[in-house]
Design a binder for this molecule. Sequence first.
Ligand code: 2NL
Length: 342
Amino acid sequence: MENLLQQIEGYRQEISSIQPNGAETLETYRIRFLGTKGIVKALFGEMKNVPAERKKEFGAILNDFKQFAEAKYEQWKAGLTSTEEQAGSVDLTLPGDPLNVGSRHPISLVRNEILSIFRRLGFSVAEGPEIEDDWHNFTALNLPENHPARDMQDTFYLHRSPDWLLRTHTSNVQIREMEKGKLPIRIVNPGRVYRNETISARAHCFFHQVEGLYIDEHVSFADLKQTLYFFVQELFGRDVKIRFRPSYFPFTEPSAEMDISCLICNGKGCNVCKHTGWVEILGCGMVHPQVLENCGIDSNKYTGYAFGMGIERITMLKYQINDLRLFSENDVRFLEQFTASL
Ligand code: 2NL
């Protein structure tokens, strides 16, 4: 019996002096002391040799030792897991999983750039409905009843009523702005427009426009030219040249189309400018007096200019994109190439 108590005391000291230093020694310890053929079990086996009157005393000492050995094991195990984490199984210096933030669509990038240039010139941004009535899309804009632009082949009409359609340009926004009767007006209006065309590399059933409108007393064609010249210099660089060609729109008089010197070949002649050295980028003119009157504006007192451009066209020029369909296919290999600024 005294012998056994001495043994237990010896084991206690041994356990107290163990330095936890690795998973393998922990497991060796468990098998040696707490395993089914371990020391604790063996000591309990000695119970039968203890005299009856000391069994209670010995049992208590043995239980106490067992708890001590188990507590040491748990404490050691807990210490190991936390030190292992720090030591390498979880490397806290590794970079986190990247967040996929995506990129801005090229049409949005160019639209934002266009708007920001006009904002700097004092224009406000206006928007309006894509489903429009005949008046705001056609009649108010001086498009006569039998004008080809109204043709069923070009316009998407809503089945509900022949008066409702998908706007074919963003001019409906300017009409609505003029009808509000607050002058002067200086706005740019971006938006999606719809035309019933066969889809190809150069045509789509929807595309995007930015139009502009400036109405006040004494607004002249010279104001229009200088504003547009500033605009393309900001967008394409100081060296860009412009030229105006006479044109026709029912809603402007006089009307013009503006070309810029070809950015690809610097005016020398290439495929993009079809060897002319010039590329068309927008249409413009002085707002037709009839359009002003249609919106309740006195055309004897007020004049104005308006312009319109296709964003796809400008984006294709700027990034040398040769197929319109790329803009609406949502192929990430295309979209990823544009940075997320602006
Ligand atoms: C083009 C040409 C243009 C306008 C749009 C306009 C709007 C009103 C009155 C007068 Cl409310 N004009 N807009 C004027 C000239 C040209 O767009 O090629 N767009 C893509």
